[in-house]
Design a protein around this ligand. Structure first.
Ligand code: GLC
Ligand code: CA
Length: 561
């Protein structure tokens, strides 16, 4: 297998708005990030992914960009950015930036021009269509509720927006659009950044004709997803982008790709395809979604969880590579969703971390994960800020769904769970800001915060630090093959890793209930060294054992198994 720095590294994701405010305006900023680089370095991460920091009216917190080459005023200046990059590289940290090119803001100068008249040369930068008898061009719904089309009175046409109204989709069929984007990418790469995380990059090619989507019973809109995800020209575009831009730099790329399965994933990431290095799959994130989509929360089974993880490992192992994540700025906190954020918060956070950092792929840590930050429950909808959450809330209220039912799904799945400010210490507003934070701090900050974590040798933080260190010491953790044990067991997640003649054995009790781990009859070995565990272990010998709640152990096996 080809060795690469981005396979060996660990990524730390920053949501700048919520990370650290340096000037008391209640909004995190670049100087705040600079202040905390030593903290990230101490954790051991190698690569920082910054969510969008470009100029934006912030209808979707920076995912609606009005100028790709400018820094958002609230976040700082161009000089702050240069300093941030310099301070990162000085510490051996790499920087990957968010690339949001499926859409821009409606305040981007291209869109302003595009909207000004049908004849404007920028008209074709976006996707404009005539209505049908006073209705939108087709029945597609937007990801953020409502129709995916917005009517413009002045020019009597509709424009497509798969996300918010203020996020018009770019027309990638227009070669000029693609060239402008490649140019902009070179602008950042020439400054020395180390790669891109590409926002919903598999949505950039739409099926010509934009046909109506299937409409489920009682649904307000049709499903345009089959006509927008993995569209007919997406690989042509990405190969062009790779040829024109990516291949000229030593960088890493990761695509965010909803609706990609392991077969279609290979087309994006297999190294002989010259497109991307890795992608974020959603199959695991959808494990607890019912028929009604993400807000329709259903129970999940460990056997399914394992099957999904293994399928992705197997699918991409030869020529591709996986990215490993259980939460980010769009997903609830992993310890609340897959672990136990009460009695076993620390144990379960460490157990899940063990999985992410001993499976094959590049692990991503989302800010606060390393101290076991949890979901939040604000009582009133007015405390919420996320446009997806608010639009969904309003739509459901109009449909007559009771408030309690809606709040329940927001508590489980709302994106603001991940966006409450980073908890630095027990002072007011968790040390995030000296002003009023743009979104309230999670009330548990007095207990869960960085200062406490750094004082406690047994904290989740130091466990992550140790996992990352192990990754650096043992190539097998990066490159080793995976083999599942006890596949159908609903309590224990166990697997081996093998590389040359080395072997690791990872045993995870995924739940609160004690569970028995049994060695197979045929497993023979000379000895086993316990590399890490989230509990005190009196007897580190490897044998049949009863695992405690959320117990995790990683053994290095000598000769055999
Ligand atoms: C991606 C981003 C999300 C954003 C959306 C639209 O899914 O991760 O935060 O709202 O794209 O840009
Ligand atoms: Ca600020």
């Amino acid at each position: 297998m080809e060795k690469k720095w981005w396979k060996e590294g660990v990524v730390y994701q920053i949501y700048p708005r919520s990370f650290k405010d340096s000037n008391g305006d209640g909004i995190g900023d670049l100087r705040g990030i600079i202040e905390k680089l030593d903290y990230i370095k101490e954790l051991g991460a190698d690569i920082i992914w910054l969510c969008p920091i470009y100029q934006s009216p912030n209808c979707d917190n920076g995912y609606d960009i009005s100028d790709y080459r400018k820094i958002m005023k609230e976040f700082g200046t161009e000089e702050d950015f240069e300093e941030l990059l310099h301070e990162m590289h000085k510490r051996g940290l790499k920087l990957i930036m968010d690339l949001v090119v499926n859409h821009t803001s409606d305040e981007h100068e291209w869109f302003v021009a595009s909207k000004s008249s049908r004849e404007n040369p920028y008209r074709d930068y976006y996707i404009w269509r005539d209505g049908k008898d006073g209705n939108p061009p087709n029945n597609w719904g937007s990801f953020f509720s409502g129709s995916a089309w917005k009517y413009d009175e002045a020019t009597n046409q509709y424009y497509l927006h798969l996300f918010a109204e203020k996020q018009p989709d770019l027309n990638w069929e227009n070669k000029k659009v693609r060239e402008e984007i490649y140019d902009m990418m070179r602008f950042w790469l020439d400054k020395g950044i180390d790669g891109f995380r590409m926002d919903v990059i598999n949505l950039i090619s739409k099926v010509p004709g934009l046909p109506d989507g299937e409409k489920g019973e009682g649904a307000l809109y049709g499903n345009g997803f089959p006509y927008t995800a993995n569209g007919p020209r997406v690989h042509e575009y990405l190969q062009e982008m790779n040829r024109e831009v990516l291949s000229k730099y030593d960088i890493m790329t990761v695509g965010e790709t909803p609706g990609v399965d392991t077969e279609s994933a290979k087309l994006y990431v297999n190294s002989d395809r010259n497109e991307l290095n890795m992608l974020f799959q959603f199959e695991l994130m959808d494990i607890d979604s019912g028929w009604g989509g993400k807000w329709d929360v259903k129970p999940w089974k460990l056997s399914t969880f394992k099957k999904i993880m293994y399928k992705w490992y197997e699918g991409l192992k030869e020529k591709g590579w996986n990215s490993l994540y259980l939460n980010n700025h769009d997903q609830p906190r992993m310890v609340s969703r897959f672990g136990n954020d009460k009695e076993y918060r620390q144990e379960s956070a460490k157990m899940l971390a063990t999985l992410l950092h001993t499976w094959q792929g590049t692990p991503y840590i989302y800010q606060g994960e390393e101290i076991g930050m949890t979901n939040v429950r604000f009582e009133d909808i007015s405390e919420y800020r996320d446009i997806e959450t608010l639009n969904m809330y309003n739509e459901k209220i109009r449909q007559g769904v009771p408030v309690e039912t809606i709040m329940k799904s927001i508590y489980a799945k709302g994106r603001d769970n991940a966006r409450t400010p980073m908890q630095w210490d027990a002072s007011d507003n968790a040390g995030f800001t000296e002003g009023t934070p743009w979104i309230r701090v999670n009330p548990n900050y007095k207990e869960i915060n960085v200062e406490n974590a750094l004082k406690d040798r047994n904290s989740v933080f130091y466990y992550y630090q140790k996992l990352i260190k192990l990754r650096k010491e043992h190539e097998i953790i990066v490159y080793g093959d995976v083999n599942l044990l006890m596949e159908d067991d609903e309590n224990i997640f166990a697997y081996t890793r093998s590389y040359n003649d080395e072997k690791l054995l990872v045993i995870l009790n995924f739940f609160e209930k004690e569970a028995e781990f049994k060695l197979d009859e045929g497993m023979k070995f000379d000895g086993a060294e316990l590399l890490i565990s989230n509990y005190e272990v009196d007897n580190p010998e490897l044998k049949n054992m009863i695992l405690r709640p959320y117990e995790a152990r990683v053994y290095k096996i000598h000769h055999g198994l």
